[in-house]
Write a protein that binds this ligand. Structure first.
Ligand SMILES: Nc1nc2c(ncn2[C@@H]2O[C@H](COP(=O)(O)OP(=O)(O)OP(=O)(O)O)[C@@H](O)[C@H]2O)c(=O)[nH]1
Ligand SMILES: [Mg+2]
Length: 176
């Protein structure tokens, strides 16, 4: 759940960009302002993190997932990276489970990045391989800023839904 800064009426979400090495996670973050705007009297702020994709940084990846509110899984549409996408996704779910997160209720958005590549893996293939649960997904070209904001907004929608559901049990004011 996000934390609340009552004085400034700010709601802070932790967002992690996850995915294989060189899929475009950092590129996404470089193109995003972290302050989203006002929502029901609250300002919404995002703390954005990008994990290092290379396999040997797993301790860092796991540490970054602590207290996460939402995840963007940045998949690489380069056909040579199909295996790497799958490995990174399995690694994400394994780390989430180890940390005690419930992957069922945690908002996750799938980003099919590098759609500008002429030989990009078909979206249908990516969906079948990586997103059998049909979570929200979006096609992007992050280095051109295409779809970067939309990805964030899609995730935000999921995270706010979580807050609303949680609020029914425990009102926001009590979360501070
Ligand atoms: N063609 C293409 N290149 C992209 C796109 N998005 C990012 N890149 C390029 O891919 C390379 C890797 O991008 P990064 O954002 O550093 O990737 P990363 O996922 O943060 O990589 P690691 O931190 O090593 O895991 C850079 O050269 C980017 O400019 C895209 O949509 N299309
Ligand atoms: Mg990076």
């Amino acid at each position: 759940m996000p934390y609340v800064l009552p004085k400034s009426q700010t709601l802070c979400f932790k967002v992690v960009y996850y995915g294989p090495g060189r899929s475009g996670k950092t590129t996404n973050m470089e193109r995003l302002p972290a302050l989203v705007g006002k929502l029901g009297g609250y300002r919404v702020k995002l703390h954005l993190y990008s994990v290092p994709g290379q396999s040997f940084y797993n301790n860092t990846r796991k540490a970054l997932l602590q207290n996460v509110d939402g995840i963007v899984f940045v998949a690489d549409s380069d056909p040579g990276r199909e295996e790497a996408n799958l490995t990174a996704l399995q690694n994400l779910f394994e780390n989430l489970r180890r940390l005690g997160h419930d992957p069922e209720t945690l908002p996750i958005v799938f980003q099919w990045n590098k759609r500008d590549l002429p030989n990009a893996t078909p979206i249908k293939t990516l969906e079948a391989m990586l997103n059998p649960d049909r979570r929200p997904s979006i096609a992007t070209a992050a280095h051109l800023s295409k779809g970067v904001m939309e990805t964030r907004n899609l995730l935000l929608r999921g995270m706010l839904k979580q807050v609303r559901e949680h609020q029914e049990a425990a009102p926001l004011a009590k979360m501070a």
